[in-house]
Design a protein around this ligand. Structure first.
Ligand code: SF4
Ligand code: SF4
Length: 114
């Protein structure tokens, strides 16, 4: 089911490119067709609740989880719901602590009908 796992490294897009994901530059130029669905996982060990991912997400689907604290005392980032994330990877690129892993569903192929 998973098409690509994007491992974020601070301030780089090279890892994303290495797994076949287009660069942010191409994304902004419109050279990228958005996937159907994506989702993120946030590593509590690294997240410090800085909210940069929340600000950067183009579809506003990330929030801090005010119901719990990490072992370091931060409210960690989380998806607001199962819907809306496109798997674009911007949050993973912007996160200074490499706390976000992005997953995408593969695009569904059109099935020919008679
Ligand atoms: S996931 Fe990264 S960018 Fe988002 S709040 Fe946590 S540390 Fe900040
Ligand atoms: S992958 Fe893109 S759409 Fe999904 S949460 Fe991150 S920035 Fe938002």
């Amino acid at each position: 089911m998973l098409a690509c796992q994007i491992v974020a490294l601070s301030g780089t897009s090279s890892v994303i490119s290495a797994c076949g994901f287009p660069s942010i530059k191409n994304y902004l130029k419109g050279g990228f067709i958005m996937p159907v669905k994506g989702w993120i996982e946030v590593n509590d060990l690294y997240c410090k609740g800085c909210e940069l991912c929340i600000t950067a997400c183009p579809v506003d689907v990330i929030q801090l989880d005010s119901s719990r604290l990490t072992s370091k005392g931060y409210h960690p980032a989380m998806l607001k719901s199962d819907e809306g994330c496109t798997g674009c990877g911007i949050c993973a690129v912007i996160c200074p602590d490499a706390a976000i892993t992005v997953f995408r569903e593969p695009k569904k192929k059109k099935v020919a009908t008679a």
